[in-house]
Design a protein around this ligand. Sequence first.
Ligand SMILES: [Zn+2]
Length: 390
Amino acid sequence: MPTRHRLLASLVSLALVSPAFAQCGIGDITGDGVIDGADLGYVLGAWGSNDTNADFDSNDIVDGADLGLLLGNWGTVDVAAGSFPDEWIWGNPNCAIDPQIQVHQFNANTFILRQSLCTNFEGPFIYLLFGQDKVLMEDTGASNIALYTTVKSIIDQWLLANRKTSIQLIVSHSHAHGDHVFNDSQFAGKPNTTVVGTSLTAVKNFFGIPNWPNQIVDYDLGGRVVTVIPIPGHHTAHIAFYDHQTGLLLTGDTLYPGRLYISQWAPYKASIQRLVDYTADKPLCWVLGTHIEMSSTPGVDFPLGSTSHPNEHELQLTREHLLELNAAIIAMGPSPAYQVHDDFIIFPLVLALDNPCPDASPRMPDDEAMCMCRPKTVFEYRKLREALAK
Ligand SMILES: [Zn+2]
């Protein structure tokens, strides 16, 4: 069959498949708020090339997968689009180039910050979502950086651009681990600022979630509603934010391109299912976590503690990754297993005793059948990996 006819045939067969999930705006190349014939024409014109405008899945070729995404999103765009930088600061070996914090404006009302790996190997990401009354911040970094002054200047510029005099800053957290809360003290007592506590009780009380973890609640920033989804498993008080304005799902350390450390297996599985169920009928443009530990080579992560990530994986994951994770952990049943995927690594920190930890690590206080084995050093980590690979 000539190429053109093959193309049309595949187009027809793809069009017959109704999109399984809600649209998210991917495919609106012309930027007119609707994915239509003009965008389709552009994709067909760029067929086989590496035109980044039409290469929606960023695999360096405009092909059937991109066409499928476009057709799956066909129609009116109902989310605010945004962009990612070509590259995040990755811990340039001489550390002379990296600023302490990279500030990226995703769109007019959304900012993504990255702490330099040169300041801390965790290199966490921090998010700022502006509504009309409140700006929601997720996390405060892993070690001492000039975060307050950076955030203050972002807020001041936003206020200027929006002709406002003040906005309430809500300093919240994906979870309470040290690499996400370190600079809370910089925000304590500052004007127009609320720092949400990090305990489970504090999180439940602030957002109004008495029925944890099964209750999902909305938090209104003023013309921008963010849904708070309890997702214990990596940490007991972990939450996700789903932003209705952008179709972004902020997943913290629960799903990101790196090692998904799981301390509570059953709650983690339920949490991933909760995310899948909640987003099933909603636009889900990107899944954004708080670290990058994978390289751009599928299945290859940087060693624990690396302060330089040359050829780092991109930050943004998709709904397909969420579904891939869910299917994998469902298949494991009650027995968590170490499992390497192209874009993330399932890394249980508790293992059943018939698959013991490589050293005499303590048992879980609430479950005698499980032992804890969170690696604390690079050497422990390597040992654990070797043991798990057997
Ligand atoms: Zn973390």
